[in-house]
Design a protein around this ligand. Sequence first.
Ligand code: B12
Ligand code: SF4
Length: 494
Amino acid sequence: MRVLLVNPAFPDTYWSFRHALPFEGKRSAFPPLGLLTVSALLPPLWEKRLVDLEIESLKDSDIEWADMVFATAILVQKESLREVVKRCKAKGKRVVLGGPYVTSTREELPPADHLFRGEAETTLPQFVADLARGEAKPVYQAPERPALSITPVADFGLAKMKRYSAMSVQYSRGCPFSCEFCDIIEIYGRVPRTKSNQQMLTEFDALRDLGWRGTVFIVDDNFIGNKKNVRKLLPELAKWQQANGFPFSLITESSLNLADDKPLLQLMREAGFRRVFIGIETPVEESLEEAQKSQNRGNLVDSVKTIQSFGIEVMAGFIVGFDNDPEDIFERQIDFIRKSAIPLAMVGLLNALPDTQLWRRLEREGRLLGEDASGNNTVCTFNFKTRMDPALLIQGYQSIMRTIYSPREYYERVLDSIRRTGRQLDEPQYRNLNGLKALTRILLKLGILDRERKEFWRFFTHVLVRHRDKFTDSLRLAAVGYHFRKLSDAYGKS
Ligand code: B12
Ligand code: SF4
């Protein structure tokens, strides 16, 4: 059996890092871990190929080669998914779909032969057995959320690793909190399930053996969802990193209450965690309460500072458009982002994702506008009736984008952030020739060709004089800042 695994294309959003990737000579930020896991769940004797539309195009010859096509999607990939299915069906192929979009949407899906709703650890082996008997069913619904002990090591070898900026591994699924807008807890549940320490070390071994050096994203919904297990994992990761010369620089996602646990932060630092993404959402208490985000309590700026003091850069998500947002929400968000020195502040407009608590409340209140969310929270659209005048909201949102990503403001935040995070080791990928090439591209593009080059040199000189130990980190942030500025140019203009 020949299986073609296809990852549809993404639009240009914060997390695509599309405008920063060329500096590094990369095509995409992360490989599609869902498909690499699906591949590992299929019989080892089946032949598999991965086509990730983020790094390459889907050729007719790829489709013709395959007996079956497996595609994944999240909401923002739905248009591209439709196109992929159309092409594969036109060539008479059996098409199998799964992933978060297929699991949670209420929209009509493209005409596939088999749909997988939910996680596939138990349903895929069932499908393989049914297929062998000629009895494969049109829909496979996971009866429960599987224990991650049965998740195999992803087929990392299928990915063209050199084209990605980072590799992904997953330690846990699910989150114990109950934020109203969140679809994670609907898809993956509120009881965090983790892999064993040994499973994680085996995945780290696998990446190392394939020659990977550099950033590894632990793609958990909330890495500290099961703190008891995480406390046991971290010393093992630290030991592994030490034994292997710290080949990986780790990033993950966590809730803000990470700041309340300094021993845990210390363990993360020792294991090589360098960046953490946190859903801060808003500095407005009433809006946090409305969002049921009780874990974001106390002085939020202080919480961010605590995390930064452990050498970990904080990246964060922010939302405007809550019912309780006051009129000065835009200035308050800008002020918070400044004070917390979060370079990568991803501000979006609230959207109701299908089948979330927010969606159900708005449905009861008759406020849904009949559209599924686009899934892309940077575009200026709403799928529900907002309390604040939508025109004001959009104007205010755009003013946040323009302000926080204006070069002077952004570079100031970067400098504040690197002051707070203190001395760090170099990023592994910058210790080689690629690092030198990246430096040349950054100096050429941002220092010579860019209209904002004056601000760049001001920043760069500051780094050379005061923060030479943070040289590579600063350059990475300069490159990423360019990506955010491009997005702000695209979405932040009225
Ligand atoms: C890592 C990650 C990313 C990465 C990498 C994406 C990639 N190339 O894989 C990055 C950082 C790029 C990213 C970006 C975004 N992401 Co994201 N991301 C995640 C995260 C944290 C982990 C994904 C992952 O690797 N999971 C591990 C794998 C093993 O799980 P899985 O994909 O679900 O696969 C399992 C099953 O679903 C199933 N399966 C999956 N595919 C298929 C296919 C077939 C054929 C079959 C049979 C089964 C199957 O089998 C697997 C094993 O059980 C998830 C949350 C989550 N827990 O998954 C959010 C999530 C997928 N992201 C989400 C969103 C909204 C985004 C953004 C739009 C955010 C933004 N506004 O910028 C962007 C858009 C992307 C872009 N480039 O512009 C949402 C999707 C919501 C939805 N319903 O569509 C999620 C669910 C989180 C959330 N609620 O916010 N993301
Ligand atoms: S903390 Fe994050 S993952 Fe957990 S429920 Fe809230 S938004 Fe969802």
